[in-house]
Write a protein that binds this ligand. Structure first.
Ligand code: ATP
Ligand code: MG
Length: 845
C-alpha cells in the first residue's frame, strides 16, 4: 500500500485486510486490480462459502478459481481440484497453474494424461472427478475446494448429468467454485446449489470487460449497427438502428429485387454464395434474372481477402472469423492466401517457423505430409490459420499459442473456439447469421451471438472490441439489432439416471436413499419449480371456473348437467356427419351406426325434458358453459402435468432399476427393507463402465461374446461402441474387418436389440445401435498400418480420427480393468496398438 492514502482509505484498507487477509495477500501479487465481482466472490470464498460466479466471456472468472487455489495452498494439507469440460482446457489450466505454483504442486488427470495425481492442485475433466467419487478414491482425502469451470455445461445433452452427479455427491465439507457464462436463470441455479451444497453465494456480473462496437458490412462499406455505436451489454433493447444502414440495405435490396422485412438469414438457396472465389477469378456478377429468381441476391459481398485488407487498414486486426463449417474454415485460409495477403513481418515469420518446428519435432515427415503440414505452415507464416475440431489436437494448440503470442492475425474458426479457450481478438467477424446444425440451416440465437462476440476485445490491449456482421441481401438490420441486444440463455438440466449411475448409487446408498438423492438433482429442482408455477396457475384457473359456474347457474335446474347432455349430443352428431361423409360400409358396421342414431334420439329427448331447456337465458348460459368446459380441460391437463413432474427423476430411476433387476445386475436384498436392492457381481462390473453404452458393454462382457477377438479386433469393436457417425447414411458403408470380428459384431447387435426391447417395455428411451463405420480403419491402425491408409479408409479428418481413437482407448481402459484374464490382457494390447503416432502426439507430455 502506498503511503499517500488518506486516513479514511487507510482505515478501509486495514478493515478489509482484517476481514480477508488472504485476499489482500493474493491481490498484492496480481498485476491488475480486481473488478468488483471478483472481489465479492473472493471475499465470499475466504469467508468459507461456496460461490457461483456468472459473468461474460473474458470477464476474468478464472481469478476466483485461482484464489481458491491460493486459499488451499495456504493451509497445511488442503487440496483443490480444478475441473473443466475439455481436455484442451485442462491442459491449458495445468500449464498455467504449474507455471504459477511449481510443477510439483500441480497434477493433471484426463483420459490422456496422468501426471502427478496426488498433488495438492489437480486439474481434471469433470468425468474423472465423477468416477473418483463413485470409486471413493483415496485421492479425495483432504479435498477442500472444487472448481467447476464452464459449469453451464450441465445443460449439455450428453454429458450434462456428470456435473449434477459431482455437485450432488461431493462430500458436504467441500466448497465449490462454480464458474458459468452468463445465464438468465443464475439465481435459480444458485438456489439449487444452496439447496444441495448449502451456503452458496451467487455473484452475477453482466458487464463485458471490454465494450463492444457492432458494425455491419454492406458491400464494402463498414457501418455502425446502432446509432450510438458502443453498446453496453443488456442495454441494447432501446438503442436505435443506424438510419444510414437501414437506408443503404433497403436500397440494395430494392435494386436486387429482394423483398423487404425478411427476418435474418432466411433458409434456402445459400449454396451458390461463394463469392470470394468468384471474385478472385475476376469478380463476375450473376445476371439480373438470376438475382430475381433466388430473391437472395448477395453478389458484391466483399471477398475474404479484401475484407482482411479492409480490417487491416482500419486497424481492426487480429480478427476471428466465425465460419460454421470446418471445410469452410480451411477453404478460407486458402482463399485469403491466394489473394496474396501477408500479414506478418519477417521476424514474426521466423518466430512462427521456429515455434512450429519445435512443437512438431516428434512427428515424422511421412505423417506431416499426410497432415498437409506444408500448406498449413505457409498459412501460419502469412498470419492465417483455421481452428476447428477436425484438426489434429497438437496443430490446434499451436494455432492457439501463436494467436495468443499475437503472431497470427486472422483465424477462421468454427464455434468451438467460442467456448472456454482464452483466445480473444480485437475483432470478430460473423459472415452469416445462420449455421448448419447437422440437419438444416438454423438461425443463430441471441445466446450464441453473445458467446461468439464475447471473443472480441482483449483486456488490457483493446479499448473496445468490434463485431462485424457481413450483410446478406434480404436481411433486415432490425433483426440483426435484436439478435445483438437480446440475451436470453437459461440453463436447463439434462440430467437423467443412467444404468451405471443407478448401480453405483444403489451400492453406495441403497435404493430408498438413492431416490431421495435423485430428488436433489437440478432436473427435479427445475421440475418442482415448474410444478409450483403450474399449481399457482391451477389455483387461479379454479377461481375463474368458479366464476363461470356462477354465470351459468340457472334458476330452473342443474345447468352443468344440461350442458353435458348438449356436449355429448354435439359430439355424436359430429361423428355422425363424418361417418355419413365416408359412405356406408367403411370403418364401421351397420349395427354401430344404428346404435349411434338411437343414442342421438335419446339424448335429444332427455335434453328437451331437462328443466333448463325451457329457460329464456338458455343460450347465454350456454356460452358460459362452453368457457367453463374449455378451461376445465386445460386445468385438468395442468394437473396431469403436475403429477408427471412430481418425482419424475425418481420414476425414471425406478424404471432403470426394473431393467437392472430383470437382467440380474441388482437383486432384492436379503437383509434390508422389502424394497431394498443389492448389487450383484455383474452389477459391480457395470459400476466401472461409463459412457453412452454402459449396459450394452457390460452385457456383452458378461456373455463372453468378445472372447474370441484378437487385440486389433477388440479395438475395432471398441471403436464401434463409441463411434457416432455424423450422418446416418455414413455408417457401415466402408466394409468390415474379417474373421471373428463379424460374428462378435453381430452378437453385439443382437444384444443391443434385446436391450432395446427391454427398454421400450419399461418406457425408457432406447440406446443407440453400435456403429461399425470405423471398425476397419481401427483394426488396420491397431495392426500398424500407415496413417494415410487409415485416414483414407476412415474418410475422416485427422482430428476426428484422433478423437474417436481416444474414446475407444477410454473404453478399452475400462475393459482392461473389469474384464478378467485374457480379454483384459487383449484390451491392454489393443490400447498399445492404437495409442501411437498422431493418436499419441499431445500438447503436454
Ligand atoms: N481485473 C482484471 N483486470 C485486468 N485483466 C483481467 C482482470 N481479471 C482477469 N483479467 C484478464 O482477463 C483475461 C480473461 O480472463 P478469464 O480467462 O478468467 O476469463 P473468463 O471469465 O474465464 O472467460 P471465459 O468465459 O472465456 O472462460 C485473462 O487474460 C485475465 O488475465
Ligand atoms: Mg474461463
Amino acid at each position: 500500500m502506498s503511503a499517500e492514502l488518506s486516513p479514511a482509505e487507510r482505515f478501509a484498507a486495514a478493515k478489509a485486510k482484517k476481514g480477508a487477509p488472504r485476499l489482500e495477500d493474493f491481490r498484492q501479487r496480481l498485476a491488475f486490480d480486481l473488478d468488483p465481482f471478483q472481489l465479492e466472490a473472493c471475499r465470499s470464498l475466504e469467508a468459507g462459502h461456496s460461490v457461483l460466479v456468472a459473468a461474460p466471456t473474458g470477464a476474468g472468472k478464472t481469478i476466483v478459481a485461482e484464489f481458491a487455489v491460493h486459499l488451499a495452498l495456504a493451509e497445511p494439507r488442503a487440496k483443490v481440484f480444478y475441473t473443466t469440460p475439455m481436455k484442451a482446457l485442462s491442459n491449458q489450466k495445468f500449464s498455467e497453474l504449474a507455471a504459477e505454483h511449481g510443477a510439483d504442486q500441480v497434477g493433471l488427470l484426463t483420459g490422456d494424461s496422468n501426471i502427478n495425481s496426488g498433488a495438492r492442485v489437480v486439474v481434471m475433466t469433470t468425468e474423472v472427478l465423477r468416477n473418483m467419487l463413485y470409486a471413493d478414491s483415496p485421492l479425495l482425502r483432504d479435498l477442500t475446494y472444487v472448481v467447476m469451470d464452464e459449469v453451464h455445461y450441465l445443460a449439455d445433452r450428453f454429458r450434462g448429468a456428470v456435473w449434477e452427479e459431482v455437485i450432488i455427491h461431493l462430500p458436504a465439507e467441500v466448497r465449490m467454485v462454480s464458474l458459468s457464462a452468463t445465464v438468465s436463470n443464475a439465481e435459480e441455479f444458485g438456489d439449487w446449489l444452496q439447496a444441495v451444497r448449502g451456503d452458496t453465494d451467487v455473484i452475477v456480473s453482466e458487464e463485458r470487460p471490454v465494450p463492444l462496437e457492432q458494425h455491419v458490412l454492406v458491400r464494402s462499406k463498414l457501418l455502425d449497427l446502432f446509432e450510438t455505436s458502443t453498446l453496453v451489454q443488456g442495454e441494447g433493447s432501446d438503442a436505435r438502428v443506424n438510419p444510414e444502414l437501414t437506408r443503404l440495405t433497403g436500397s440494395q435490396d430494392r435494386a436486387a429485387g429482394n423483398y423487404r422485412h425478411q427476418t435474418v438469414g432466411r433458409p434456402g438457396k445459400g449454396k451458390r454464395r461463394d463469392h470470394d472465389r468468384t471474385q478472385s477469378r475476376g469478380g463476375s456478377t450473376p445476371p439480373s434474372g438470376d438475382r430475381r429468381s433466388t430473391g437472395q441476391y448477395s453478389g458484391d459481398r466483399m471477398g475474404r481477402g479484401d475484407l482482411v485488407k479492409l480490417l487491416r487498414s482500419r486497424n481492426l486486426l487480429p480478427a476471428i472469423f466465425f465460419i460454421f463449417s470446418r471445410v469452410g474454415c480451411d477453404a478460407a485460409v486458402e482463399q485469403v492466401a491466394r489473394s496474396d495477403v501477408r500479414l506478418t513481418e519477417a521476424w514474426e515469420r521466423d518466430e512462427i517457423r521456429s515455434i512450429v518446428e519445435e512443437r512438431c519435432r516428434q512427428i515424422p515427415d511421412s505423417d506431416l505430409a499426410v497432415l498437409g503440414y506444408w500448406g498449413w505452415l505457409d498459412g501460419l507464416e502469412r498470419g492465417l490459420a483455421a481452428h476447428h475440431a477436425g484438426m489434429l489436437p497438437i496443430f490446434k494448440e499451436i494455432v492457439e499459442e501463436l494467436f495468443q503470442r499475437k503472431l497470427l492475425k486472422v483465424v477462421f474458426a468454427t464455434e468451438t473456439l467460442a467456448l472456454g479457450v482464452n483466445m480473444p481478438a480485437r475483432t470478430v467477424v460473423i459472415e452469416k447469421l445462420e449455421k448448419f446444425n447437422g440437419e438444416s440451416r438454423v438461425q443463430l440465437t441471441p445466446g450464441e451471438y453473445t458467446q461468439l462476440t464475447g471473443r472480441a476485445g482483449r483486456r488490457g490491449i483493446d479499448v473496445e472490441g468490434h463485431a462485424v456482421i457481413q450483410w446478406t441481401g434480404g436481411v433486415d438490420p432490425r433483426a440483426v439489432a435484436s439478435l445483438a441486444s437480446r440475451r436470453t440463455y437459461p440453463l436447463h438440466s439434462s440430467f437423467r439416471p443412467t444404468y451405471n449411475m443407478a448401480v453405483n448409487l444403489i451400492q453406495q446408498f441403497g435404493r430408498t436413499r438413492t431416490r431421495k438423492v435423485l430428488e436433489q438433482s437440478f432436473a427435479q429442482f427445475q421440475a418442482d419449480r415448474a410444478v409450483v408455477d403450474l399449481a399457482r396457475r391451477v389455483r387461479t384457473q379454479e377461481e375463474a371456473l368458479g366464476g363461470y359456474e356462477q354465470a351459468m347457474t340457472c334458476h330452473l335446474g342443474d345447468y352443468r348437467e344440461y350442458s353435458s347432455l348438449r356436449r355429448e349430443l354435439s359430439d355424436l352428431e359430429r361423428k355422425n356427419a363424418r361417418a355419413e361423409g365416408r359412405g356406408p360400409g367403411e370403418h364401421e358396421s351397420r349395427g354401430e351406426r344404428d346404435r349411434r342414431q338411437r343414442q342421438i334420439a335419446d339424448l335429444r329427448k332427455r335434453m328437451k325434458q331437462h328443466p333448463c331447456h325451457a329457460c329464456a337465458e338458455r343460450e347465454a348460459h350456454a356460452r358460459w358453459a362452453e368457457r367453463w368446459w374449455r378451461l376445465k380441460r386445460e386445468t385438468d391437463q395442468m394437473r396431469s402435468q403436475i403429477s408427471g413432474r412430481t418425482g419424475a427423476v425418481a420414476q425414471v430411476f425406478d424404471r432403470v432399476t426394473e431393467v437392472l433387476t430383470e437382467l440380474g445386475y441388482v437383486v432384492p436384498s436379503t437383509g434390508g427393507g422389502e424394497r431394498e436392492l443389492e448389487v450383484t457381481p455383474s452389477g459391480r462390473v457395470l459400476m466401472r463402465i461409463y459412457g453412452e453404452r454402459d449396459l450394452l458393454v457390460s452385457e456383452c462382457l458378461r456373455r463372453g461374446i468378445w472372447d474370441d477377438l484378437d487385440a486389433p479386433g477388440l479395438a475395432a469393436l471398441a471403436s464401434s461402441l463409441v463411434y457416432e457417425p455424423r450422418r446416418e447414411s455414413e455408417a457401415g458403408e466402408r466394409g468390415l474387418p474379417r474373421g471373428a470380428f463379424r460374428a462378435a459384431l453381430e452378437a453385439t447387435e443382437a444384444v443391443w436389440e434385446e436391450l432395446s426391447a427391454l427398454e421400450v417395455a419399461h418406457r425408457l428411451p432406447e440406446g443407440t445401435a453400435p456403429s461399425a463405420g470405423l471398425a476397419l480403419a481401427t483394426q488396420k491402425w491397431a495392426q500398424g498400418a500407415a496413417l494415410d491408409v487409415v485416414l483414407r479408409d476412415a474418410e475422416l479428418a485427422a482430428g476426428d480420427f484422433v478423437r474417436w481413437m481416444k474414446q475407444a482407448i477410454d473404453l478399452l481402459d475400462q475393459l482392461s480393468i473389469v474384464a478378467d484374464g485374457s480379454l483384459g490382457r487383449k484390451a491392454r494390447q489393443a490400447i498399445d496398438g492404437i495409442r501411437r503416432g498422431i493418436v499419441a502426439y499431445s500438447g503436454v507430455s
